[in-house]
Design a protein around this ligand. Structure first.
Ligand code: UDP
Length: 242
């Protein structure tokens, strides 16, 4: 059998067309990249684990009224999704200061934010995914003011649901990145993935700042035990039904 044609290959996933133009197939890879692909590696089993975690979280979000692109999981590392036009924005929600927020503002890592912070980044590797202001969003016509407001509200709703869910898993949801797509009817729906690649997750049972990390920061900062951390997230997530 010949390999089906590839529609798009990203850093962590490959997108294939299907017989139905409204449906795409996503294959999750074990490849890991960080710092805009300057650091590359493999996290063994990541494709299957991230596919399973994302599928579980998308199903839960759907059940709680958030429209997502998720359809089903025909293979352990494959997810069928509704075809959407991806909005070229990375919508980041932060509950606790970490990562670029600390580097760029001087806030202490671990500071609880008074309210969730929603940020919009331009999804553009060549430009290094820069942080956008609302005026720049408008200038670039990446979204209308109404769409920006809708993205913010959806991101905050996802944050509420995920924060409560991870809390039950004994995990603190520090921050995460979402991507949205526009379906054929012009509705914004949640797309891409939600996994330890795209979230900062801290184990509540650990206090040591390097031991508590259960996400891609283990790979980014060479903290070791990357696969074990992802496996632990998977086990805890699957232990909590949607
Ligand atoms: N993130 C992501 N993809 C990106 C950039 C960020 O999934 O291209 C996630 C990241 O894993 C973290 C959150 O978005 O959970 C905020 O990332 P931040 O801006 O702090 O960037 P970093 O410090 O990772 O460079």
């Amino acid at each position: 059998m010949t390999e089906p044609q590839i529609l798009y290959e990203g850093k962590a996933k490959i997108l294939y067309p299907t017989d139905d133009p409204n449906i795409l197939l996503t294959r999750f890879k074990d490849d890991a990249t960080a710092f805009n692909a300057q650091k590359r590696g493999t996290i063994v089993g990541k494709g299957e684990m991230n596919c399973a975690i994302s599928s579980h979280l998308f199903q839960m979000l759907e059940a709680k009224g958030v429209p997502t692109h998720w359809i089903d999981r025909p293979a352990t590392n494959e997810m069928r999704v509704r075809a959407v036009k991806i909005v070229p924005l990375e919508v980041v929600v932060r509950n606790i200061a970490a990562g670029s927020l600390c580097r760029e503002t001087g806030l202490a890592v671990g500071m609880e934010l008074p309210r969730p912070l929603v940020e919009f980044y331009y999804k553009n590797d060549e430009l290094g995914d820069p942080l956008l202001t609302i005026d720049r969003l408008r200038l670039l016509q990446l979204a209308t003011p109404e769409q920006i407001e809708q993205l913010r509200q959806m991101a905050l709703q996802v944050n509420q649901i995920l924060t409560a869910f991870f809390q039950e898993c004994g995990i603190t949801l520090v921050d995460f990145k979402l991507e949205f797509g526009m379906d054929a009817e012009g509705n914004l729906i949640l797309a891409d993935e939600i996994s330890p690649d795209t979230c900062r997750l801290w184990n509540q049972a650990a206090t040591d700042p390097s031991q508590r990390v259960m996400d891609k920061d283990r790979f980014r900062h060479d903290l070791g035990n990357v696969e074990e951390a992802y496996r632990q997230v998977l086990e805890r997530v699957l232990a909590h039904p949607v």
